[in-house]
Design a protein around this ligand. Structure first.
Ligand code: FES
Length: 320
């Protein structure tokens, strides 16, 4: 962790935003403005030496006095959400400056689609688009009203008429018909989707089948979720210093395969965002699936993020 890249903030407010969802307001220690951010940005939150998690900012980018995050408690999680839920008003924590891997395009009509806690970046986008007077509609799917974060904020917002709610477990809940929602895209329509894995897979698949160009579909996976494809195949990695060869199964990450034979690669986000697991490559061609390296760095093929990236070649020789 590099000290100059972190900011110490104080928890100014902590409340239950919805069932199992905790909302935190983070402010600077001296009351100064926080670094500017754009809708779709996330921050790294340093919860302990070993636990760093990425959370989207859900407030309006015009609000520089605070960052708002909302975190779903994940009983199957690795401790990040539980640690956030324990934070109290007055606690001081380190965060990174905001980073945006899920940016709004400067043009076009925006279709915002959120599933569950995926509302966090989408809400910031809605506020940003509304403030700029740009056309958009927002579609927000949750199980019940009680599990719907920011329900009241959305209901009382100026953009409430642009929002449709879908509650899968409410008697009067409207069903989200993706075929209908995503049909006949216009060339300047842009789709932004965030939510649980199965939800995003369904939205992206339907959009693709409905003729949305790949470049107009924008999405961000949650922390801890790594892109896996049915077409993923096994390959081998070789440790340059020892010559040891380790096979990586179709359902394994390189980090998991190495850990299984006792080779530990330090990790944090485990989804290609933070760069902690960056590893050099001496031979072979990686299949980059991270969001950490720039396109130019990826094109060099001399390093990759083994928590999420795979291999196009049968063997990757790692600089380990
Ligand atoms: Fe964060 Fe691999 S652990 S990029």
């Amino acid at each position: 962790m590099s000290a100059e890249l972190t900011i110490k903030v104080r928890v100014a407010a902590a409340s239950d935003e919805a069932e199992d969802i905790r909302r935190l307001e983070l402010v600077s220690l001296d009351g100064s403005l926080l670094p500017a951010f754009s809708a779709g940005s996330h921050i790294d939150v340093y919860l302990s030496e070993k636990i760093i998690r990425q959370y989207s900012l859900c407030n309006a980018p015009s609000e520089r006095t605070q960052y708002v995050i909302a975190v779903l408690r994940d009983p199957q999680g690795r401790g990040g959400s539980a640690a956030v839920h324990e934070l109290k008003v007055g606690d001081e924590i380190l965060i990174s400056a905001p980073r945006n891997l899920f940016e709004l395009r400067p043009e076009g009509n925006s279709l915002l689609v959120a599933g569950g806690i995926g509302i966090t970046p989408i809400l910031s986008m809605a506020q940003s688009l509304a403030a700029e007077g740009r056309p958009f509609s927002m579609h927000y799917a949750t199980r019940t009203r009680k599990r719907t974060a920011f329900l009241e904020k959305i209901r009382t917002s100026a953009f409430a008429p642009s929002v449709s709610h879908y509650w899968s477990q409410e008697q009067d809940g409207q069903k989200l018909e993706l075929d209908h929602l995503l049909r006949s895209p216009k060339p300047d329509d842009h789709l932004y989707v965030c939510g649980p894995r199965h939800f995003m897979d369904a939205v992206i698949k339907t959009a693709t089948e409905s003729g949305w160009p790949e470049g107009n579909i924008h999405y961000e996976f949650f922390a801890g979720e790594v892109m896996r494809l049915d077409s993923d195949e096994a390959f081998s990695v070789q440790i340059a210093s020892s010559g040891q060869s380790i096979s990586v199964g179709p359902e394994q990450t390189v980090v998991e395969a190495l850990a299984a034979v006792g080779i530990e690669i330090p990790t944090s986000c485990e989804q290609g965002i933070c760069g902690t697991c960056l590893t050099g490559i001496l031979r072979g061609e990686p299949e980059h699936r991270d969001m950490f390296l720039t396109a130019e760095e990826q094109a060099c093929n001399d390093k990759f993020l083994p928590c999420c990236s795979r291999s196009k070649s049968r063997i990757l020789v790692l600089d380990l």
